[in-house]
Design a protein around this ligand. Structure first.
Ligand code: LMR
Length: 395
């Protein structure tokens, strides 16, 4: 029966890695998938994670199934990390946390839960992480799109507010909480309260994707938009990921955070999420959750982890500044001016498919669609060459 199926094209992001591996040029740069790399191009295990794993090796007594929807302590740890002490306490039993395999698993949980509420539409800003669209659509949700980049390539608040006018109460709005993937362009600090108020007034449901907390300005500042929305909107969802900020990519650890108007609704939503998870993966994998839970509960390890996140962010920021300076030096022109304002793991060069191919063929520079680059993959010795190629494509 499989002869009836067409072979599908490779995933646009995962396929790039194979092309890069096959490229023999020493100056090649892998700026594709969003995985943090250190100065030698390596993705290290964080020291805090190593310490937690050592502790677990010694103290873990069983590999039995998890008895609940979350590794013990992980729910409170992640709730506090996302909401901060004050809001976590204020919302109390109006919030629930369900562990998932990565942030993608959390998005899938959210999509299926939302489908049970039968919203008319989910509003999605473009460009977005390419997998958002099939995750939401395959849960049976119907999507409406708006262009989230304004003329200056920044986040276009006016365009969002206009798009909200076409929604009805109970509709859903997907937003990137920080470090927008792929553009690196987030709402400004003063815009989040306006967004939160606009959604609350229209009785819309925010669905936040927070996969890069800590990579923008700080662990706390990056959660500011999410906190505004959770504080003002009685129903809200957030897909949390520990892949990037804990470097636990392959351990697949994330969670869905849900806020409801009443404690009864929270119990109902949590029971539906358990039911959905049970049919998707039965119980989430424990290892990553135990590592995160242990780090967040230990004063020492938590402090070490925060420093490690700060260091990753600072290195990315320095590399981005290096690229901005190299582009100025190469007189690459207006086109890349917004780069310096971008935040997080990614920057957006706004390239068409021919230009993406030109960089790959002439410089061994592998970018994702639109010229999205993983800034941590930049190599200082290659910045001048990259800037001069970008100056060439702009002329
Ligand atoms: C990315 O956008 O590169 C990451 O979120 C990894 C992925 O799964 O696509």
């Amino acid at each position: 029966p499989f002869s009836a199926l067409e072979c599908l094209p490779q995933d646009p992001i995962l396929g790039l890695g194979a092309l890069y591996q096959a490229d023999p040029r020493p100056q090649r740069m892998d700026l594709g998938i969003g995985i943090y790399k250190d100065s030698s191009g390596f993705t290290p295990i964080l020291q805090a994670v190593r310490e937690a794993e050592r502790w677990l090796l010694k103290h873990r007594t069983s590999k039995s199934y998890l008895s609940s929807d979350c590794v013990p302590g992980l729910d409170n740890g992640l709730r506090q990390l996302a909401l901060g002490d004050h809001l976590a306490a204020e919302l109390g039993n109006l919030t629930g946390v369900i562990q998932s395999p990565g942030g993608t698993g959390a998005l899938r949980l959210a999509a299926q839960l939302l489908a049970r509420l039968s919203p008319r539409k989910v509003l999605v800003g473009l460009p977005t992480w390419p997998i958002h669209v099939p995750i939401l659509e395959r849960a049976g949700l119907s999507l409406q799109f708006w262009q989230q980049q304004g003329a200056d390539q920044g986040f276009d608040l006016a365009a969002l507010l206009l798009a909200l006018d076409s929604l009805q109460p109970g509709d859903v709005v997907l937003l990137h909480a920080c470090c927008h993937n792929p553009t690196g362009a987030d709402p400004q600090a003063h815009e989040w309260p306006l967004i939160a108020r606009a959604l609350a007034e229209r009785q819309l449901i925010p669905l936040l994707d927070m996969a890069y907390q800590g990579f923008g300005d700080s662990l706390d500042k990056d959660a500011d938009g999410l906190r505004q929305l959770f504080s003002q909107c009685p129903t809200a969802l957030a897909a949390l990921s520990c892949s990037k900020n804990f470097g636990l990519y392959r351990d697949r650890i994330g969670a869905l955070l849900v806020r409801t108007p009443t404690a009864r609704d929270c119990q109902a939503a949590s029971s539906h999420l358990s039911d959905i998870g049970r049919c998707l993966w039965s119980m989430p994998p424990a290892h990553g959750g135990e590592v995160v839970s242990h780090i967040l509960a230990s004063t020492e390890l938590r402090a070490l982890w925060v420093t490690e996140v700060d260091n990753m962010r600072m290195r990315i920021s320095q590399l981005r500044s290096g690229l901005v300076a190299a582009l100025q030096e190469a007189q690459a022109g207006e086109r890349f001016h917004s780069l310096g304002r971008q935040r997080g793991m990614f920057s957006w060069l706004g390239l068409n498919p021919e230009e993406v191919l030109f960089l790959r063929q002439h410089g061994g520079i592998y970018t994702a669609g639109g010229g999205r680059i993983n800034v941590s993959g930049l190599r200082p010795s290659q910045l001048a060459n990259m800037a001069s190629l970008l100056a060439n494509v702009s002329r």
